[in-house]
Design a protein around this ligand. Structure first.
Ligand SMILES: C[S@@+](CC[C@H](N)C(=O)[O-])C[C@H]1O[C@@H](n2cnc3c(N)ncnc32)[C@H](O)[C@@H]1O
Length: 257
């Protein structure tokens, strides 16, 4: 088990250099499907977990969702709030809050529950396995029954990139977990731990945390921080299988078919 505190790593991380993805075809298709299913209804409420500097969150808002972004980094949330200040929120809100979504007991979010949760490039950098479970549990507890989760994660990539095999092996004595290594800066200083998932591992985590209708797709792409390096990415969608009554449920589970 890694002895680093991933939350501290991300609170310290330079908010102007947070990794993201400009091209998001899986997410775009997912959002189009969701929007088509909900056509004619009020703006759907969407939670962007690990929103970083808000670039992706703003794109989600531009697509017609009422969006709340949360991040563990106060500097990232400040940058996101500055971005939100430049846009027209008359029709639907765009809000940002600091929240540790991997904590054992996360803060209850004011605008919960949400119709949709997006969690892009976050699960892999959460650090400890128990905290990754917390993240998935809190994603689900913030969804309406039948609501959708979209997430992307890094995939085990040693078969297409021997550099990852070396990284997994070199850092294993410190991380204590297979397929986990430390992402480092140009000077070799550790930035944060990254866990690469097999698709079975990700599907099993989602199942154990109570998500239904699970799909996991693997794509060969390039590392988000090192574009010259081949890497697998996993894209998952699933639903909150829970039928616990919720405070607000603008979309009935039956309509999400
Ligand atoms: C690789 S970035 C992805 C940013 C954004 N999702 C995107 O795709 O553009 C990961 C983000 O997750 C945030 N994060 C890390 N641990 C977190 C936690 N426990 N709770 C909330 N956010 C967290 C980091 O601060 C960082 O902004």
């Amino acid at each position: 088990m890694t002895h680093r505190d991933a939350r501290e790593d991300w609170r310290r991380f330079d908010a102007t250099a947070i990794p993201s993805k400009e091209s998001t075809p899986h997410l775009d298709r997912f959002l189009a499907d969701v929007a088509a299913t909900a056509a004619g209804r009020p703006p759907l409420a969407l939670l962007d977990i690990g929103c970083g500097d808000g670039r992706l969150t703003k794109r989600l808002h531009d697509r017609g969702f009422a969006v709340t972004g949360v991040d563990v980094s106060p500097a990232a949330v400040r940058a996101a709030q500055a971005l939100a200040a430049t846009i027209d929120e008359t029709d639907r809100p765009l809000r940002f809050h600091v929240a540790d979504m991997a904590a054992d007991d996360p803060p209850r979010l004011e605008s919960a529950p949400f119709d949709v949760v997006v969690c892009q490039l976050v699960l892999s950098i959460i650090g400890e396995e128990g905290h990754r479970r917390n993240l998935m549990r809190h994603a689900r507890s913030n969804l309406v029954p039948g609501g959708w989760l979209y997430l992307s994660a890094s995939g085990v990539s040693d078969a297409i990139n021997p550099g990852y095999a070396r990284l997994y092996a070199a850092d294993f004595p410190q991380t204590g977990e297979r397929h986990t290594y430390y992402s480092r800066d140009a000077e070799g200083r550790i930035l944060y731990a990254t866990h690469h998932f097999t698709s079975e591992e990700l599907a099993s985590l989602l199942e154990q945390e109570g998500f239904s209708d699970r799909t996991v797709t693997t794509e060969r792409e390039a590392s988000s921080r090192r574009p010259e390096e081949a890497a697998y990415f996993l894209y998952a969608t699933c639903r909150n299988g829970s039928h616990t009554p919720s405070r607000r449920s603008p979309i009935s589970p039956q309509s999400w078919t």
